[in-house]
Design a protein around this ligand. Structure first.
Ligand code: NDP
Length: 331
């Protein structure tokens, strides 16, 4: 049994040297209320980068020398907890360990017959909820409007765009490779795609893709891409600040264009979004996502990396854009 720990706090872009492996005792004696879990799928997410630093945030930082934790799907090997039995699958925040003991707190039982196990870390998990609730609660989409999504080919972005299409929006996606841009249009039904790495004038490209202006901007990346989108926002535009991955590895934050004039002159709303603040809406959102999936109105992509020991590399690769859709490690 091995755990993956935070060896040191990364400065700038993390590397494999920031992680360490620790051999753990393999003998488990369960107390009443406890169960033994074996990890099956591990989610690697951009927000983990924030937890590797010691800056104050909405989730506490990881401790140096201790295991990293993230969304994990695990199987119950043994149980002295009356809510879970051997052979059940659970999903929730767990540590990067092959095996671990849990009292079940914060874990949900998941149904393998309703969706593949890995999907509970993505489309029918936090990712799907983020896309659905961020778009509905702050974006307030209306049929016929135009939406731009950054980080469009990733886990959250690819779902946001598809929901936009279901709701009758014109959807423009921004992503980092031509293969991803093709995928946005062919697999997810986006109307337009812009490769931010090869486009010289992002402001012009957005204006061209959105001749009627942008009503909703679902922002996963921040930085210069978002500055460029602001030049095209319409009156009463809604801007959902879901993430800012372009600056997560920066040691100094870049100065953005002055956003105030764009917000003032367009009476636009820009609001930060954290999915966990909308827990009361999870059941409704989850039901809708499951229905759309069942009706084939929604689809999803996963990039699955094999092997527990490759979890740190999978995290680094996700931060570097090597994933299409949700990046997941199969243990
Ligand atoms: P993704 O699956 O989108 O993976 C990250 C992607 O970010 C990469 O594939 C890469 O794609 C892109 N990226 C990396 N660096 C840059 C850069 N400098 N500029 C632009 N794009 C970049 O991750 P998630 O879907 O899990 O998360 C997307 C965003 O949503 C993140 O910012 C995350 O923090 C946020 N989030 C927020 C939540 C909330 O509650 N607020 C919950 C979940 C996620 P490419 O090839 O296109 O560069």
């Amino acid at each position: 049994n091995t755990s993956i720990n935070l060896k040191q706090r990364p400065v700038g872009t993390p590397t494999l040297d920031d992680f360490s492996f620790e051999e753990l005792d393999d003998n488990f004696t369960l107390k009443n209320g406890e169960m033994l879990l074996v990890s099956k799928y591990i989610s690697v997410d951009p927000y983990l980068r924030g937890r590797m630093s010691d800056a104050k945030s909405y989730v506490p930082p990881f401790k140096v020398g201790e295991p990293i934790s993230s969304g994990i799907v695990a199987e119950v090997l043994e149980s002295k907890n009356e809510k879970f039995k051997e052979g059940d699958f659970v999903s929730g925040l767990l540590q990067w360990k092959e095996k671990q003991v849990s009292n079940g707190e914060g874990l949900q039982k998941i149904d393998k017959s309703k969706a593949p196990l890995s999907a509970y870390l993505g489309i029918v998990g936090m990712t799907g909820l983020t896309a659905y609730l961020g778009l509905h609660e702050i974006g307030k989409p209306k049929q016929g409007e135009t939406m731009v999504v950054s980080g469009a080919a990733g886990a959250v972005g690819s779902v946001v765009g598809q929901i936009g299409k279901i709701l009758g929006l014109t959807v423009i996606g921004i992503a980092g490779t031509d293969v991803k841009i093709d995928m946005l249009k062919s697999d997810f039904g986006f109307d337009h795609g812009i490769n931010y790495k090869t486009t010289k004038d992002m402001k012009a490209a957005i204006k061209e893709a959105a001749p009627n202006g942008v009503d909703i901007y679902f922002d996963n990346v921040g930085g210069p891409i978002s500055d460029a989108v602001l030049f095209s926002i319409n009156q009463f535009a809604r801007i959902i600040i879901c993430g800012a991955i372009s600056v997560y590895n920066k040691t100094e934050l870049p100065m953005a264009v002055a956003v105030q004039p764009f917000l003032v002159k367009n009476s636009a709303l820009m609001q930060g979004f954290i999915v966990s603040n909308y827990a009361d809406k999870f059941p409704v959102a989850m039901k809708q996502l499951a229905t759309w999936l069942g009706e084939d109105k929604l689809t999803y992509r996963e990039t699955i990396v094999e092997g527990f020991e490759n979890t740190p590399q999978a995290f680094l690769d996700m931060m570097d854009g090597k994933n299409k859709g949700k990046m997941i490690v199969k243990v």
